[in-house]
Design a protein around this ligand. Structure first.
Ligand code: ZN
Length: 429
């Protein structure tokens, strides 16, 4: 029998959670999932699923399914907001204002992007207030009071102002100079920009919102680093992030490239996860690294960005030919076109969402299998899947999973772990 030495006492578990809604912390492997001569992966999976209290399941299903609708409402709100900016000619007015302030083109772009980001943030505020604040509290997933939450929103706005300002200046610089091939160069600029943000994000952006520190406890770090070395990962340290500032969610990640590569666990995982569970999660994260998922993701999204710009070229030409005069937009080099660009980007993302999800979910499945082989902790993996089920529906239908899931569903992950256990951890006959 594999005992899960659980460090999480029930009273710790309930911190920040509504009573009875947190997923259970399993202190020993359920009878149906214990290694035995007649071990069966399906029975073992059901034994784990049966440990989830009905209230916890109902709540997490409602939370996740509500998310499907939120995706739609977010899309609708962007479409309506951008059409308003175009139809009421607010976008043209913002451009005129920028042109009155300065004659220097790049500065005009920067001023316009600042105006646009502020207006778009205000228009989107009611929905993000509901989605990120009230709803998270309603489901017991948030740990943040209103003041600190607003503080984070404000910091996010400042980051957006800088990033969109830079991206806008670069893209309009290209659009003004290259009337024909702007879309290809624009795609190139965007690819460089996105990859740069992904690269510097963990070092420069994450610390704006959270504190990341080196983990000093050798009881936790030694097995993780041993696992890392066994898989050829050049990690010297393990990092901890104080995600509990915002949320009760457990998570971990591997970020950076080459020598900037680092393994980060969040404090919720450290606090509530059993050692077996932490090792299973770490094995998964290492899978992302060893299987080059960061590079593959960069390549995939670079191709998607080229497709996006081909769509923009077609969509902008068609829409400007028809409504350009009415919206007082002079052409693709005119900053007043931004709401139309955002509208077209939103349509692209909304339609291709299942494709993005499937790409990510496929990588996540690969990382799961790698993690099982590396950590040899199928029961730790099952526990992790149940804890993660606090914010993901455990057992969706196949179509739901294909459209909405960027990770395999909890049940599937437990089943994968139990199949692995059946074939690799059984007592020899
Ligand atoms: Zn992953």
């Amino acid at each position: 029998m594999v005992a899960l030495a659980s460090v999480a006492a029930a009273q710790k578990d309930s911190a920040g959670q509504l009573p009875g809604t947190a997923m259970p912390t399993i202190t020993s492997v359920p009878a149906g999932a214990q290694a035995s001569a007649n071990f069966n992966a399906d029975t073992a999976t059901d034994a784990y699923m049966a440990l989830i209290p009905p209230e916890a399941k109902a709540r997490s299903d409602a939370y996740f399914e509500g998310g499907y609708w939120l995706t739609l409402w977010e899309f609708v709100s962007v479409v309506v907001g951008m059409l308003l900016l175009l139809q009421l000619r607010w976008s043209a007015a913002m451009r005129d204002l920028a042109e009155r302030i300065t004659r220097f083109k790049p500065l005009q772009t920067l001023i316009y992007m600042t105006e646009f980001t502020l207006v778009a943030t205000i228009l989107g505020f009611p929905l993000s207030l509901y989605e990120d604040y009230f709803r998270e509290h309603q489901y017991g997933l948030s740990t943040q009071a209103f003041g600190p939450w607003m503080g984070d929103q404000f910091k996010g706005l400042l980051v957006n102002l800088v990033l969109y300002g830079i991206l806008g200046m670069a893209l309009f610089g290209v659009a003004r100079r290259l009337q024909r091939s702007w879309w290809l160069w624009g795609a190139g600029v965007s690819i460089v920009f996105v990859n740069l943000v992904v690269l510097i994000g963990p070092v420069y952006l994450v610390p704006i919102f959270n504190q990341v520190k080196r983990l000093d406890d050798p009881k936790i770090t030694a097995p993780i680093l041993r696992l890392a070395r066994a898989n050829g990962i050049p990690a010297r340290d393990v990092f901890e992030i104080d995600a509990s500032r915002q949320t009760t969610r457990m998570s971990a990640n591997v970020s950076g490239l080459g020598s900037t590569m680092r393994i980060t666990l969040n404090d919720n995982l450290l606090r509530r996860g059993s050692p077996e569970e932490i090792q299973a999660v770490m094995g998964h994260e290492m899978g992302h690294y060893v299987l080059h998922h960061v590079y593959n993701g960069m390549l995939f999204f670079s191709v998607m960005i080229v497709l996006l710009f081909a769509w923009l070229r077609w969509g902008l030409e068609a829409a400007l030919g028809r409504w350009g005069e009415k919206w007082q937009i002079r052409g693709i080099g005119d900053t007043a076109v931004v709401p139309l660009v955002v509208l077209l980007v939103a349509i692209f993302i909304f339609v291709l969402n299942p494709v993005f999800n499937t790409f990510t979910r496929t990588q996540e499945h690969e990382a799961d299998m790698f993690g099982l082989n590396a950590s040899r902790q199928p029961d730790g993996m099952a526990q992790a899947a149940i804890h993660l089920g606090e914010y993901r529906k455990m057992n969706p239908g196949p179509v739901q999973e294909w459209i909405f899931y960027d990770h395999p569903s909890g049940r599937r992950r437990i089943h994968d772990a139990m199949v692995w256990k059946a074939e690799n951890l059984q007592p020899a006959p």
